[in-house]
Design a protein around this ligand. Structure first.
Ligand code: TXA
Ligand code: MG
Length: 348
């Protein structure tokens, strides 16, 4: 299959987006930009289309998809009931990087929800995505548009690295603005529960609806406590070389990583280093990449996945990363980084 690249880096192209919508309505797959990461879209109400999404990604079929909508009214058809707090959250954060989980209605196929009786729904804040959803029939199932286990794509080139020839089209909307996936909040529990941290923080949700919990499975080092979002249990975003996170004061972290880099050099190996703009110059060996600035945390989330992908193309024996426990998005950033590191965190 030839994957069509639709260039919309300068805005939505009406002819192309109509074609993309038709591909979806006819059961095909179109990757598209959102404000978080690129999604791999198929008609959410068509079990065969969902099947194609799992096949293209090589994704385990028990890992449910998020249904993307373009207006809040679209919730009615796919949910069994919409709790009042959902309306408040939609008013506050949609379109935007928030996914809500509801009890599903009969018209959402089990193929889309990975066999669950609940459905995850999100309205993305991206013009091309919203127009594609409208043209594509109103309900677009979309996981991140990467091969299962690789970092989520933050530009169209990443989508093509993984899925060229396996999908009908990709809409190129340039680089995304946030870079890590949406916050997921489960509204089917007694107390709303965050299943995946993201740009919308626990505090932001609390301001709108009061009590909000964190899924215990998220922070658990105990493998017996399983995360509630099936996808969170898989080792995601794993770079090819082992990744180690180093915590501590900046001086100690720099010293420890420099020492490891020297040792690697003595063995004839090269390490990769993920640093911040502020600290990058302190490293004396290895391949250093600055992910972003600590004083502007979104620059860190925006570039994290793309840097992990870049290291896959380089000959490094291991990768050391600073910790990025920044004030607002730190929890979301570290959730992704710790998973990429397979929980390898050391103290400097
Ligand atoms: O920002 C995003 O959310 C991106 C863009 C494309 O919208 N999408 C995305 O989808 O990250 P995906 O498939 O990579 O991640 C979806 C996560 C998985 O961890 C999945 O297990 C969880 O959402 N999920 C989906 N439906 C669920 C449900 N009914 N109950 C619990 N978890 C669910
Ligand atoms: Mg994903």
């Amino acid at each position: 299959m030839q994957t069509i690249r639709m260039d919309m880096t300068d805005g939505v192209d009406p002819g192309q987006i109509r074609l993309a919508g038709r591909i979806l309505r006819e059961g095909g797959l179109v990757a598209f930009p959102t404000e978080t990461v690129y999604g791999l879209g198929g008609n959410a109400l068509d079990p065969a289309a969902s099947g194609k999404i799992y096949a293209a990604k090589g994704r385990p079929s028990d890992n449910p998809l998020i249904v993307h909508i373009a207006e809040t009214g679209a919730l009615e058809r796919i949910t069994a009931r919409v709790p009042q707090i959902a309306g408040k959250l939609a008013d506050a954060f949609w379109p935007g990087p928030l996914t809500m989980i509801f009890h599903k209605s009969g018209c959402v196929p089990m193929e889309t929800t990975g066999g669950l009786e609940t459905v995850a729904v999100r309205m993305p804040a991206h013009e091309a995505a919203l127009e594609l959803i409208r043209q594509g029939g109103g309900y677009v199932a979309a996981p991140s548009a990467n091969t299962s286990g690789r970092p989520s794509p933050t530009k169209a080139a990443h989508v093509l690295q993984d899925l060229d020839g396996k999908i009908d089209a990709v809409i190129d909307g340039g680089e995304v603005g946030i870079g890590i996936e949406s916050t997921i909040v489960d509204l089917t529990d007694e107390v709303p529960t965050i299943l995946r941290p993201g740009y919308i923080s626990q505090d932001m949700l609390r301001e709108v609806i009061g009590e909000v919990r964190m899924d215990r499975g998220l922070s658990a080092m105990d493998p017996a406590v399983r995360p509630k979002a099936p996808g969170m249990k898989y080792r995601h975003y794993a770079p090819r070389a082992p990744l180690v996170i180093v915590e501590g004061s900046q001086e100690a972290v720099t010293a420890l990583i420099n020492e490891r880099a020297q040792k690697a050099l003595a063995r004839g190996e090269q390490v990769g280093i993920i640093a911040s703009q502020e600290s990058a110059a302190g490293y004396t060996g290895g391949i250093v990449k600055s992910v972003g600035s600590r004083s502007n945390e979104i620059t860190i989330s925006m570039h994290l996945y793309s840097i992990l992908r870049e290291f896959d193309g380089l000959d490094v024996s291991e990768i050391y990363s600073e910790s990025f426990d920044t004030p607002r998005m730190g929890q979301a950033i570290m959730n992704r980084l710790i998973k990429a590191a397979g929980h390898q965190v050391i103290q400097a």
